[in-house]
Design a protein around this ligand. Structure first.
Ligand code: ARG
Length: 563
């Protein structure tokens, strides 16, 4: 962070016994800007120097070179730095105007690959709000990794294999009809699946029949395979419609079925290393050596069928061999925590040191007006309906606020979808939250449309001004703009922190903060007054727009020019 470098350098000249990195780590941001822009607490020094913290702060201020700062003062046990406003704002505005959308990028990742397992819905079922979370969190993390100099590899690990397909084939063959499925594929398949579970409650033989059909599928039975292929193709069509709407792409659609011929290798290694033990006919890996509270990982069922875990192990190895990842992320709900702990444990028992680079990016549950969703019961909220409703609500507000706007429908789609995505990313990902569409699509408050609206407002000021901004006289000494300048200044550090903590919400909260600050300024100042700072103020407006657009892009949200 540009601000802190100057502070660290000046402190390092006084505190010669301390490394600049140590000093840098101690710096804090004061609660209010009246207390300065950067604070250095002296508590820990007090222990080393055997002096009162207040005294140390006063001594440092007496010795420090104040040039380049507005002032440096001791406030209790803190040394508080007030940055030189014109110099700091000139520096940051010049940098943003020069770097444009590249502002905030870094090369920390050295071009290394990061694989991101994301979205990964189950075929023959509609994509739910839960999968939406994985999709948008994964997509935002992919954009954030790229901004930090990595190369993201977005993998859609489709749930296209497993006993459920045996059940579905059984249901289809027993009471389904081709015409019904053709008329409305996913809804019909979901209904068969739900009916299967209802019937199985009273009839144990159904589960066995389902398992038998899955066994056939695994053994390459041609009828089973054809039905499976048909279900899969229909599902992909429906998923793709939603991905297109969110403008999200993938680098790979290798789902679970892709690993059918790659599991034997993993099972062999487990066997060779003596890790596979028999338990009631099944093959398991005992994980108690890694962690006594871990239940064993099941690798093969007693009928020889493989499991979700077996396919995930094969996928993990395949990804390492294919992409040579430096990190391998799995954006999957918190309910699968145990699964990923087990998977990592098996990988490390197999001797793969890269098991440490495997990370479960867990997230909380979305409830819909207080209710949990489950496909087994069929009470699922369809993502398509959510996006349609969000579009409607956005359109209604646009019609009220800006009836003359052209392309209302395109903007309503950007605002509606953007609102849903932003809301999903705005909270810490592990939080559970309830989804209330009215709240999510509001143009005021902590919402995506609010950020989009702020950005559109900034763009409109620039259009109205008719001024071409020049790279000179960018030094603002206005107290009213200082808050915006410091927020702009912290964007590069925000991008880094978002990756380090694997938290897209850090970027979303940043965008809200910048929007609020800009709107305060807009409400209280005359930006377009023709005086000598007009160019600098417009450069500020332009910079706000560049950084807001880039923040939204990182989150996977569009920035309409007008709304
Ligand atoms: N299809 C799974 C589900 O919907 C998620 C898959 C997550 N990825 C993985 N490699 N296990 O629950």
């Amino acid at each position: 962070m540009a601000n802190n470098e100057m502070v660290v350098a000046s402190l390092a000249k006084v505190l010669t016994d301390f490394k600049p990195e140590e000093i840098s780590m101690k710096l804090e941001t004061p609660k209010s800007s009246e207390m300065g822009d950067v604070a250095f607490p002296t508590f820990t020094l007090a222990k080393v120097l055997h002096q009162a913290p207040q005294q140390i702060a006063t001594d440092i201020v007496a010795k420090i070179n104040q040039t380049g700062f507005e002032k440096v003062v001791a406030i209790g046990p803190y040394v508080n730095f007030f940055l030189d406003k014109p110099v700091t704002s000139g520096k940051i505005l010049r940098l943003i105007l020069k770097e444009q959308s590249h502002f905030g990028s870094n090369t920390d990742g050295n071009g290394n690959n990061v694989t991101i397992d994301m979205s990964s819905p189950n075929i023959a079922k509609p994509m739910s709000m839960g999968h939406l979370r994985s999709t948008v969190i994964g997509n935002a993390l992919a954009n954030i990794t790229a901004k930090n100099g990595y190369v993201p590899v977005k993998i859609n690990h489709l749930g296209d294999w497993g006993t459920q397909f045996g059940k579905l084939i059984y249901a289809y063959k027993t009471w389904g009809s081709e015409t019904e499925v053709k008329a409305d594929p996913i809804a019909t398949l979901l209904r068969y699946y739900v009916e299967f579970h209802e019937k199985a409650k009273n009839d144990d033989t159904l589960n066995d029949a389902g398992r038998a059909w899955f066994k056939k599928l695994e053994d390459g039975d041609s009828e089973a395979h054809q039905l499976w292929q048909w279900f899969r193709a229909e599902s992909l069509k429906e998923f793709t419609a939603i991905y297109d709407r969110l403008d999200i792409t993938f680098d790979s659609f290798n789902g679970e079925a892709f690993y059918n011929d790659k599991m034997a290798k993993v099972v062999d290694v487990l066997e060779e290393k003596g890790l596979l033990v028999s338990s009631q006919g099944a093959k398991i890996v005992d994980l108690s050596a890694i962690n006594s509270s871990l239940t064993p990982a099941m690798i093969k069922r007693s009928d020889g069928a493989t499991l979700y875990m077996t396919r995930d192990l094969a996928a993990a190895v395949y990804r390492k061999e294919t992409y040579h990842f430096s990190k391998s992320l799995y954006v999957v709900g918190g309910e699968q925590r145990e699964h990923f702990v087990q998977m990592k444990a098996v990988l490390s028992l197999m001797g793969f040191t890269w098991a440490d680079d495997v990370e479960h990016i867990s997230f909380g549950l979305i409830t819909f007006n207080g209710k949990k969703m489950s496909t087994r019961k069929g009470d699922v909220v369809l993502l398509k309906d959510v996006l349609d409703d969000a579009h409607e609500l956005a359109l209604k507000q646009i019609q009220e606020k800006n009836p003359a706007l052209e392309n209302k429908n395109i903007v309503a789609e950007q605002v509606g979808a953007g609102a849903v995505v932003f809301h999903d990313l705005m909270n810490d990902r592990t939080n559970n939250f309830d989804f209330n569409l009215e709240e999510v699509v509001r143009f005021e408050g902590d919402t995506g449309p609010y950020v989009q609206y702020t950005n559109a407002r900034a763009k409109s000021i620039l259009r109205k001004s008719g001024v071409t901004i020049v790279d000179q006289n960018l030094d603002l000494d206005d107290v009213a703009t200082w808050d915006i300048v410091t927020i702009l200044n912290s964007f590069p550090e925000t991008v880094q922190r978002a990756w380090q903590q694997r938290e897209a919400s850090i970027v979303a909260k940043y965008a809200l903060n910048l929007s609020r600050s800009f709107n305060r300024y807009y409400a209280n100042s005359k930006i377009l007054t023709n005086d000598q700072q007009l160019n600098a103020r417009l450069a500020l407006v332009q910079s706000v727009s560049i950084v807001l657009s880039e923040s939204l892009r990182l989150l996977g949200v569009k920035s309409p020019e007008e709304m």
